[in-house]
Design a binder for this molecule. Sequence first.
Ligand code: GAL
Length: 639
Amino acid sequence: MKPALGVCYYPEHWPETMWADDAARMVRAGLSWVRIAEFSWSRMEPAPGDLQLDWLDRAIETLGAAGLKVVLGTPTATPPRWMLDRHPDMLAVDEQGHIRKFGSRRHYCFSHTGYVQECVRIAAIMAKRYGRNPHVAAWQIDNEYGCHETTVSYSPPALQAFRQWLAARYGSIGALNAAWGNVFWSMDYDDFDQIDLPNQTVTEPNPAHVLAFRRFSSDQVVAFNKAQADVLRPLTDAPLLHNYMGRILDFDHFEVGADLDIATWDSYPIGFLSDRLEADEAHKTAFLQQGDPDMQAFHHDLYRAVGRGRWWVMEQQPGPVNWAPYNPAPLPGMVRLWSIEAVAHGAEVVSYFRWRQAPFAQEQMHAGLLTPDNRPAPALSEARQTADDLKQLGEVNQTRAPVAIVFDYASDWAWATQPQGAGFDYFRLVFSAYRAARRAGLSVDFIPPGDIPTSGHDLILAPGLATIDPAWQDHLAQGTKLAILGPRSGAITDDFQIPEQGRPGLTGLDCHVDLVETLPPHISRPVNGGGSARHWIDRVSGNAPDLLTFDDGAAALKGIDGLWYLAGFPDDDLWDRVIAMAAEATGTEVKPMPPGLRRRQTERHTFLINYNAGPVDWNGYRIGGCDAEIIRNDPTDNG
Ligand code: GAL
């Protein structure tokens, strides 16, 4: 696969006289893809039924004639104001019961069937008009599901849909009462129509009720996306995609992805570092203008799995953003480095957000490749340089990584519902495992729960995997040399009860959770020989050998050949030990990496990505600050 570059463009923001010059400059910058139209509904249909698509015809023609391939977005993340007059109850409602009003974007509730029909209608109009247009080479449906906390809505349409969903899932109200344990606190219901949404209760609602609502909310996103995919499919052969976001877990991306051809995501490394990553001040200072060295790669690898191998970066940060608490500029070289890193992880396209900085509205402080007055911004030359680098690089093909991590969105919903300890967070746990594998120089794949590839990763990690069924576990055993489960794996049923067989309930491993402790963030429990556990401790007993013990003698890691259970949330030192032990047990070669330097192996190349501001020496290589070293695995390979 030969990677390419692209850009996000808003022809409706600029006089038409600028379009041809913009297109020619994009091509000169080495870009070959351009995404348009995803927020342009008010210009496509200024009044209900008044379709004004001539400008879009001309925009597509101008961009296409310059040699660009167009990603055409359906504009359903930004319904125009008149839509509200037609559907006054289409707005989402937050947990406190406040309506989320018009005046920004994503102002719709996924459960509003009238709005879903409007989306289907506009998607059909676009697909009929552009489905066979030779310049339209991909379709983006909507924009960033879940962004701005929009997956979960407590609206009246959501309530109606939730009751129907519950009736379909449980069949009878008796079954629901039993599954949820509603005998507790006399919460039994007589009828599905008595069930409310799980907000504004006196104290915490039943976690089974909340988890069901979270599953339902995810299903609504899947259905919303599918409604448009079903309309587009028969009318175009171009691939369908969506642009996901970073650290948004509140719908099942694997399920949305199953109805699409390519997963894409929006990568804002510096925004994420300050906005959505827990790290100490020293780390945030060291990587202030580069972003966290694992955060982007984590999502690249995750979305490669969501896209079943096919994925892009749809929006790449090109300079300061507008939405984080503080917005520093990337160090010189970082825009190129982020792009190359994405390619190392298999991106087919890296597309910058956006072409020219907007001079108006919410994002006027968000950098683009050009300044608002049409001069090159610093990122433009880095994009150009990246295009040249990619030409040199040729084909980049992925191979199976030695390590796989099971990623399960429903586990996040479960643990967010009942964290038990304020520091226990599913993303944080999985990300800590991911970082540890990367510190050991190992490439990582993600796999959805239930999908264990038979040809085998050496090591599979499934930390915090809420529910484990025995058939899955058998399959897992056949698919890998070693699986490490825990902490908090196999801890609940699908309906949030403690499993009958106890926890973690693994066949073949005599290991039982006797009690669970959670700890405040400044406390940790040392492990003999180094490292410690924090946030969460499973106190386990059983005849399976203790591979590591806490300083009070309790087991920290139990295991038999092929299956280990980790009894606490490891700090970095403990993860490093566990990964080293696992590598030894599976015969996997580790290559310890210095801070900020990361390694990704592909079929023909080894990429060394240096997030540090200064140079790093590693294994005979000197890698410059904010730079990459790309090594051919076969030195005689010149292609
Ligand atoms: C993304 C979004 C874009 C733009 C960008 C700014 O989340 O998809 O439309 O808002 O952020 O960084």
